[in-house]
Design a protein around this ligand. Structure first.
Ligand SMILES: Cc1ncc(COP(=O)(O)O)c(C=O)c1O
Length: 375
């Protein structure tokens, strides 16, 4: 039986998402003990989650029951945390789930989605899976949105525009004025604020005033809950109601809901960790810059995009710069148990994205970068 003939043709040829691996897999792949793994590739929280989460998960009594499909307690707690009414809030299995859900709500086959690369890979991925057409409008040299390009790219079939702010992997935010200009185009504008707690820039307060502005948030980054998969969004009430109708009824699982409630009850602890990460971001930026051959981009998130302005010191005199030096350096770091992200797209070919770790992680990374060689 030829299964391929039964699969939607566009899914046979589509590129999959390139995900990162968990520490235990990295440890097996590199044959390094897990405690030697320095994981700076997933923009995860190096301080982990609140200790109160472990307590809450250990004592939660209802794992044998389905969780609340209306996410009542969760949305109430999020209303208190964010100041936006719970009727605007919908939670999902990570913001990835909400990206998919939004596209499932709005896209008919062939409808267009504006994507502004370099940016988060789940926007084109989910557009493809949902049968939409990705329209790429590249960012400018300094990674700002190509506003004129976006407006030129709009057609009758343009349904959704995605803007990550701060953007992954470039770390810059988009000014509110530009977001509002996009809202004025009448398309669904999704502002992905996954890193908002590190930037303190948000347009969430505008959501109740516009019928087409959506803001997404997550507990993966600032609250250290990436493994539990829980995110949320602010939606105009009409859109929130549709999403509540079409979402999988139990998409926010019981453990994730309990973990969020425990996290929000320990907000001071989590804010302190965010502050530590923001401080370390500044130190990492300075240390990388000092190397002289890696150019860090200013970042409002918990990672820094670094481009290789020229080659690091070579082993042998006259050695040629390899075609993909970023990959080469990524590999050398990997052998030492340090995991960062490199990208295989033309625009990011000479770039590494380094997540901000603890000060001791920065020290080990910088020492390794000083020793990096190629020939
Ligand atoms: C911009 C952006 N949005 C969303 C996500 C995914 O968040 P979640 O873990 O909530 O699915 C990421 C994760 O890297 C991201 O960089």
């Amino acid at each position: 039986m030829d299964i391929k003939k039964l699969v939607r043709p566009e899914l046979v040829t589509m590129n999959g998402y390139a995900p990162i691996e968990p520490p235990e897999v990295l440890s097996q792949q590199t044959e390094l003990p897990a405690e030697k793994v320095i994981k700076l590739d997933g923009n995860e929280n190096p301080y982990g989650c609140s200790p109160k989460v472990y307590q809450a998960l250990a004592t939660y009594p209802y794992y044998h029951n389905y969780p609340d499909p209306e996410q009542r307690e969760l949305r109430k707690a999020l209303e208190e945390y964010t100041g936006l009414g719970r009727q605007h809030i919908v939670c999902g299995m990570g913001s990835d789930d909400l990206i998919d859900l939004i596209l499932r709500l709005f896209l008919k086959p062939g409808d267009e989605v504006i994507n502004c690369p370099p940016t988060f890979g789940m926007y084109p991925f989910s557009t493809d899976v949902c049968g939409g057409r990705v329209v790429d409008v590249p960012r400018t040299e300094d990674f700002a949105l190509g506003m004129a390009g976006i407006k030129k790219a709009l057609t009758k079939r343009t349904k959704v525009i995605f803007v990550a702010s701060p953007n992954n992997p470039t770390g810059n935010t988009t000014p509110e004025k530009e977001i509002m200009e996009l809202v004025d185009t009448g398309r669904i504008v999704v502002v992905d604020e996954a890193y908002c707690e590190f930037s303190n820039a948000t347009v969430a307060n505008s959501v109740p005033s516009y019928p087409n502005l959506i803001v997404l948030r997550t507990f993966s980054k600032w609250a250290g809950l990436a493994g539990l998969r829980i995110g949320y969004g602010f939606f105009p009430i009409e859109i929130a109601n549709y999403l509540m109708k079409i979402k999988q009824p139990y998409n926010a699982n019981a453990a994730a809901q309990a973990a969020v409630l425990a996290s929000l009850a320990d907000i001071e602890y989590l804010r302190l960790n965010v502050m530590k990460i923001v401080m370390e971001r500044g130190r990492l930026f300075g240390k990388v810059k000092e190397l002289g051959w890696l150019k860090p981009s200013p970042s409002k998130a918990n990672f820094i995009l670094c481009s290789l302005s020229y080659s690091p010191p070579c082993h042998s005199e006259g050695a040629k710069r390899p075609k993909n030096l970023a990959r080469e350096i990524w590999q050398q770091l990997r052998r030492r148990g340090i995991f960062v992200r490199y990208f295989d797209t033309p625009r990011l070919r000479d770039c590494l994205r380094i997540s901000v770790g603890r000060p001791e992680d920065t020290d080990v990374l910088v020492k390794a970068l000083k020793e990096v060689k190629h020939d």
